[in-house]
Design a protein around this ligand. Structure first.
Ligand SMILES: C[S@@+](CC[C@H](N)C(=O)[O-])C[C@H]1O[C@@H](n2cnc3c(N)ncnc32)[C@H](O)[C@@H]1O
Length: 240
């Protein structure tokens, strides 16, 4: 299955975003934790379990900051896949020399189809930009049996718009500091749909965490999904 027109919209927006920040020379501060929401609160890398020596994949890795953190602080060997040329170039300039981190410029799904299976796959705010019907089947084959998956996605946006109950993307705004807002097409789905997508593609769903904006007046909310693969296709289990 090839990438869809909404994904092409997203690719153009993230290309613009990366080029814009390359030209501005925007700094890339290190992170000292995994932030699954948009804030440095809530669960961190412990969600992924013990990572020392494991083969880990960061999908839609952006600047590679989370991947670099897992290499430096958790002893993981991380492949970080990012489709925007500008974002990839920025990541290379910042973390290209870090042993244990491999920064790859590729479409996430193409990479999943060709890579050796991983022990752990994760994505921080990447899955919402990719058609789930293209992404989830590819994930299934790219995770080792028993491999772990965690991903965070938007649930409620800054206007208070909650998730959709059909697997259809919708327009969201990608702000561009010092430039025009970009329009993107995002899959912002109710938990039941993400759950179905996981279990229909051979993944046990272990749990869902609600991550709300820390400010009282912000409706923004994110969901963190934790799952793992199993060896035999077809069985389904839902979280308790
Ligand atoms: C919101 S950013 C998150 C970046 C990073 N995970 C982080 O938390 O800092 C989403 C990223 O997903 C990338 N992306 C979107 N669609 C992609 C695809 N099909 N394959 C790989 N990367 C993609 C975008 O270029 C962008 O850098």
């Amino acid at each position: 299955m090839h990438s869809t027109e909404p994904e092409a919209v997203n690719a153009r927006a993230w290309t613009t975003y990366g080029t814009h920040h390359l030209q501005r020379g925007t700094a890339i501060p290190d992170v000292d934790r995994i932030s699954w929401g948009f804030w440095p609160t809530g669960p961190g890398a412990e969600v992924l379990g013990e990572l020392t020596g494991l083969r880990v994949l960061d999908l839609c890795s952006g600047l590679g900051r989370h991947a670099a953190h897992l290499v430096r602080e958790h002893g993981a060997r991380v492949d970080a896949v990012e489709a925007s040329a500008g974002q990839h170039e920025r990541a290379l300039a910042r973390y290209g020399d870090l042993p244990g981190l491999t920064l790859l410029h590729a479409d996430a799904v193409d990479h999943l189809h060709h890579a050796e299976p991983y022990d752990v796959i994760y994505s921080v705010h990447g899955f919402g930009y990719i058609d789930p019907h293209r992404l989830l089947p590819a994930l299934r084959t790219a995770l080792k049996p028993g491999g772990r998956l965690a991903f965070s996605v938007l649930h409620t946006n800054s206007l208070g718009h909650g998730p959709s109950s059909t697997v259809v993307p919708r327009a969201e705004i990608l702000p561009l500091a010092g430039g025009p807002d970009q329009s993107v097409e995002m899959w912002v789905l109710v938990p039941e749909l993400w759950e179905d997508l996981c279990v229909d593609n051979g993944l046990f769903l272990d749990g869902i965490d609600a991550l709300d904006a820390p400010e009282d007046n912000s409706p923004v909310s994110v969901r963190l999904y934790r799952a793992h693969s199993h060896a035999s296709a077809g069985s389904r289990r839902r979280p308790g």
